[in-house]
Write a new protein. Structure first.
Length: 248
């Protein structure tokens, strides 16, 4: 059975699918609620239930105490509606609403896409997820303090891993390491999300994408996000090989 959920103070409304948490239902319907771990351990998604009932799910009692529950609080990454709900929670609508974090990550996979390009997947700690806008990037923090920036190649809803495309630049301090020494299970530290290149969803204007090589990574994330959200805006993609693809 589906229930209606109203977000206050915005008044936005959505219906989660049966057995979806409040957070997942909101994200699937295009409403950005804050989150961190998505498993009840960090408290980033905590909000207030103004009316209605929920199944609180499994969570850390240290994050959601009995006193919190008595005040009407819930962790929306765990809570599932048992009736129509009215909730009070901050919505993520812009860069300023997203927390920039310093995080460790483990190299999960390294997949060679071409002689000079690899796709790597990074796994975050069990109690962490990276909330970001499609098109943004992270900065690796190297041992000497230097930084190297790479855009996420996966859309925000596909957040099991952080996926990056890296091209080898011969003599490059970081990419030489990636292509000659880096292996699965290595630990990398990064800061993010960063950057102002992301989809402005409050517009219905046609979009022209221009990308070449690994510069396609943020474009890929944006297109996947638009398709997932069923955003009906004309998109035209121009690649380096003078190939044009139009989406409608």
């Amino acid at each position: 059975m589906s229930f209606n959920i109203t977000i206050q103070p915005s008044g936005h409304q959505f219906q989660p699918k049966p057995d979806e948490t409040v957070l997942q239902g909101a994200l699937n319907n295009g409403f950005g609620l804050p989150y961190g771990c998505r498993n009840g351990a960090c408290g980033s998604c905590k909000g207030k239930i103004l009316s209605g009932e929920v199944d609180y799910g499994k969570y850390s009692p240290a994050v959601l105490t009995d006193a919190d529950k008595a005040k009407g609080m819930a962790l929306f990454c765990c809570a599932k509606p048992l009736s129509d709900l009215s909730i009070e929670v901050r919505e993520v609508g812009a860069i300023k609403d997203i927390q920039v974090k310093m995080l460790p990550s483990r190299v999960q996979t390294v997949e060679r896409k071409a002689d000079d390009v690899v796709a790597i997947s990074l796994k975050l700690p069990a109690n962490e997820r990276l909330q970001y806008l499609a098109g943004q990037y992270i900065e690796f923090i190297l041992k000497d303090g230097k930084r190297r920036s790479y855009s996420m190649a996966n859309a925000p809803h596909d957040d099991g891993f952080v996926q990056l495309h890296i091209r080898h630049m011969p003599g490059g301090y970081f990419t030489d390491h990636v292509f000659t020494k880096m292996k699965e299970r290595d630990i990398l530290r990064f800061e993010g999300p960063l950057g102002s290149f992301f989809l402005r969803e409050d517009s219905d204007k046609p979009i022209v994408f221009v990308a070449s090589g690994t510069g396609f990574a943020p474009i890929k994330a944006i297109i996947e996000h638009m398709l997932y959200r069923e955003i009906k805006r004309p998109m035209t993609l121009y690649g380096a090989a003078a190939v044009r693809k139009t989406f409608t």
